[in-house]
Design a protein around this ligand. Structure first.
Ligand code: GSH
Length: 211
């Protein structure tokens, strides 16, 4: 398998961590959505990452579809998302908030990086920030309830991976004081970042449009 995309993206990184955590081998194509746009579009017509190229040449795009493939391949006993019921719904709810916050953070970065200053629209930027903080407040509430545990309780899950990847991404980019504003989310993220697949995929943020 080939995983396309840089690891400073939380969407790419959550897939890389999932593959490593479950010992699924893959080749990493460290391609930038700026510099390697044409190369990426040959696999991902939207020009987006991550994309996962399977051994038979089939290409998957959209990180949730990649994670679904990984879990399907692992089977229910080793899957990272709980198979049914309340735990599955809770995980999906947390992941939806985390991914939503990441998208709002990503859009703030693109607004600043891709538009000339005179074309940036302050009310839009404020809306993005407000939406991002709305989702982060939900994650902080759950992390507070869980204390030292994982987000679903005793079992480490895709919710932990996704939430931590997003918090690290936002802390590295639009919200450097994330751990001060959301201390329990920060503490949960710090615990995740100590795990080997997190350490192996920790990458400084590469600003789009800068080469
Ligand atoms: N919903 C998508 C979001 C992926 C995404 O936004 N990727 C960014 C990199 S962080 C990207 O490819 N941006 C280039 C673009 O959309 O033009 C997923 O989960 O895979």
């Amino acid at each position: 398998m080939k995983l396309i995309g840089m690891l400073d993206s939380p969407f790419v990184r959550r897939v890389a961590i999932s593959l490593q955590l479950r010992d699924l081998p893959y080749e990493h194509c460290n391609w930038s959505v700026g510099r390697d746009f044409d190369r990426i579009r040959a696999f991902s017509p939207l020009g987006r990452v991550p994309a996962l190229v399977l051994d038979d040449g089939e290409v998957l795009t959209e990180s949730s579809a990649l994670l679904d493939y990984v879990d399907d391949r692992l089977g229910p006993a080793r899957a990272l998302l709980p198979p049914t019921g309340r735990p599955r719904r809770d995980a999906l709810r947390l992941m939806a908030h985390a991914i939503g916050a990441a998208e709002k953070g990503r859009d703030q970065i693109y607004e600043r990086a891709m538009r000339p200053a005179e074309k940036q629209h302050a009310p839009w930027a404020l809306r993005l920030e407000t939406q991002m903080h709305g989702a982060l407040a939900v994650l902080e509430g759950v992390a507070t309830q869980r204390g030292e545990g994982w987000l679903l309780g005793d079992v480490f899950s895709q919710a932990d991976i996704t939430v931590a990847c997003v918090a690290t991404f936002l802390g590295d980019t639009v919200l450097p004081d994330l751990a001060v504003r959301y201390p329990q989310l920060g503490a949960h993220t710090a615990r995740c970042e100590l795990l080997a697949p997190f350490a192996a995929t920790r990458t400084p943020f590469f600003m789009p449009g800068r080469g």
